[in-house]
Design a protein around this ligand. Structure first.
Ligand SMILES: [Zn+2]
Length: 268
């Protein structure tokens, strides 16, 4: 995938604009929740290491969507050694099975409804088994579908397989079945489609504003597409959010746990 125009030629005031927006929402009475979700995780390459350090330095939680077919025991031990200490910060969860596009046409999807339901269930289950085997005690049964797309069949299978939550894009359809909350990402930092950096920045801030306003703001990261400008911006954004007492940073496993506790359901 090509690098993003926003980060090749970033407007100079990006981080300051983000800081102002975060501060504005932090001053409101309702405490917004923020989570960061990094996709396509499979090995501790230099980009991953740099990403993880941004979060660990600020004791900020990170949800990591791991592709089961891309990992090996060696790669997992590399990931875990970068994420050593403070296990509560890291949410290792499942990102598809092999991240291959199986849509017959149109937008990419690994689990389109055009696939046989049994084939979907088999791939979801073997992905989960692999995650449980390679991340013993560390796997969170949350599912992020590749390209954020998952239809009716896949959602039903996730519920049957005992997943605790799914994370797609904000506004995704269809709704998940009862008992499978969707904690969507709303802010896309690194796979934007705009060709003009100013327009990309405006759209990015609109997403951030809407997510914070809604009270649950999911921010999507693709570290393989990040350059220095993208890392610098992320570092400042994470620092800003982590520094706001009146904002709550958590990961998808935390959100799923809370959703399963009736007493706090009304706060999500
Ligand atoms: Zn992906």
């Amino acid at each position: 995938m090509a690098r993003q125009v926003l980060w090749e030629n970033p407007p100079p005031d990006l981080a300051a604009r983000a800081a102002r927006m975060v501060a504005r929402h932090a001053g409101k009475s309702r405490r917004p929740k923020v989570f960061f979700r990094a996709d396509d995780i499979h090995e501790a390459d230099p980009g991953f290491t740099r990403l993880a350090r941004i979060f660990s330095a600020r004791r900020a939680p990170l949800s990591m969507a791991v592709v089961p077919a891309w990992i090996t025991p060696e790669k997992v031990s590399g990931l875990l050694s970068v994420c050593k200490g403070a296990p509560d910060l890291w949410c290792f969860h499942q990102h598809g099975f092999d991240h291959e596009n199986r849509a017959l046409s149109g937008k990419k999807a690994e689990f389109p409804d055009s696939r046989d339901q049994e084939a979907i269930r088999t791939d979801l289950a073997r992905g989960r088994e692999r995650m449980e085997a390679l991340f013993p005690e560390r796997f969170d049964p949350v599912f992020t579908p590749p390209w954020n797309r998952l239809g009716e069949k896949g959602l039903v299978c996730l519920r049957e397989l005992g997943f605790s939550a799914v994370s797609r894009s904000f506004g995704s359809h269809p709704d998940p079945p009862p008992g499978l909350p969707d904690f969507p990402v709303q802010v896309d930092l690194h796979t934007r489609k705009e060709t003009d950096p100013g327009q990309a920045a405006a759209a990015l801030f609109r997403e951030l504003d809407e997510g914070l306003e809604r009270g649950l703001c999911g921010i999507m990261i693709h570290h393989a597409l990040m350059n220095d400008a993208a890392f610098d911006f992320l570092e400042r954004l994470v620092g800003q959010v982590a520094g706001e007492e009146s904002m709550e940073m958590l990961h998808l496993g935390d959100l799923a746990k809370r959703a399963s506790q009736p007493v706090s359901r009304g706060t999500l």
